[in-house]
Design a protein around this ligand. Structure first.
Ligand SMILES: [Zn+2]
Length: 321
């Protein structure tokens, strides 16, 4: 019964890391060469674990501030003033809304624009197309479901920080989340002067208290049944990665929450010689010098880098036929 060769399953909790690399370097290899090396690593890999952060959605075309915010959130700027909050979708989420009618008036709007109604998937599709044939899994800190929309099976996705589709008890009194997209649409229809009618304010079905978005902002974040199932599948994939050639393909992960993708990826590559790291970022693609040839860090427009890597993979696939 007992198989001593069987390796211990690597869980998500073992994978997480707070260890900052002390030997970061900006690789000065020419761009074209870096693209070639990335494509080669990916082509030779059995497993590709994608780690996606906010930079991936931005590179794909998602907008959060500037003119986009002015145009889409004018009603909220009129009611609350622009101030320090009503500048972009990130800052506005911290506005101290005076009541639940105002809170949901705002959040329903953001949840739809940044979630259910967002479609910036052409870049995601280009990438997925180029990775066809690989054993693939996505670890994402984004709540916007863009890889899923691009056709990636949900069974291959672990979205750790929540979802723009779901709400939960604000105090996390029970381990369930609720799909609220239809409710958000009703709120959008009924909103006047940045507020929704009281009858649309959701209440926790268990404790009767306030509800909140299922986004990890504090200790009350609910990890529901689906979250745990995704964690289980991720852990199984991660454990399998130790036995084949693996590329950790990191897309647009900065230093806001580095302990979920960036540091763990560095740790994995450090510990396993069969695992390489390809890190794409507009400006934060420093990589640990100690990983040597097993790390490629490309500081460039990510939409361009992804397209260039995909082009090479496609061209070689054609050449091989
Ligand atoms: Zn509750």
């Amino acid at each position: 019964m007992f198989n001593r060769n069987e390796k211990k399953m690597l869980r998500f909790s073992d994978f997480l890391s707070g260890e900052y690399a002390r030997d970061y370097i900006h690789q000065d290899t020419p761009y074209a060469e870096q693209i070639e090396r990335s494509a080669k690593l990916i082509r030779e890999a059995d497993y590709v674990l994608i780690g996606a952060g906010a930079g991936m959605s931005t590179a794909a075309g998602a907008e959060y501030g500037g003119k986009f915010f002015e145009e889409n959130f004018a009603e909220f700027q009129q009611v609350y003033g622009k101030g320090p909050y009503m500048q972009d979708m990130y800052s506005a989420g911290f506005y101290p809304f005076p009541d639940q009618e105002s809170k949901w008036g705002y959040w329903a709007h953001q949840a739809l624009l940044a979630g259910a109604d967002l479609d910036v998937t052409p870049l995601h599709k280009t990438l997925l197309e180029a990775l066809k044939g690989k054993k693939l899994f996505l670890l994402s800190t984004n709540a916007d479901h863009q890889f899923e929309k691009a056709g990636m099976p949900v069974e291959q996705i672990f979205q750790t920080q929540g979802s723009y589709r779901l709400i939960q008890c604000r105090r996390g009194c029970h381990n369930k989340t609720y799909d609220a997209v239809e409710l958000f649409r009703q709120m959008e229809q009924a909103r006047r002067h940045a507020k929704i009618p009281s009858e649309l304010v959701p209440r926790c079905p268990v404790c009767g208290g306030e509800m909140a978005m299922n986004l990890r902002v504090d200790d009350h974040f609910v990890e529901d049944e689906n979250w745990h199932a995704a964690e289980e599948r991720f852990s199984r994939f991660l454990s399998a990665c130790r036995d084949g050639k693996t590329v950790l393909l990191e897309l647009g992960v900065g230093f806001n929450t580095p302990t979920i993708i960036r540091f763990p990826f560095e740790k994995l590559a450090r510990q396993h010689e069969n695992i390489s790291l390809v890190r794409l970022s507009r400006s934060k693609a420093v990589v640990p010098a100690s990983l040597g040839e097993r790390a490629v860090g490309i500081n460039a427009d990510m939409a361009q880098s992804i397209t260039d890597i995909a082009d090479i993979l496609r061209a070689r696939d054609r050449g091989a036929q």
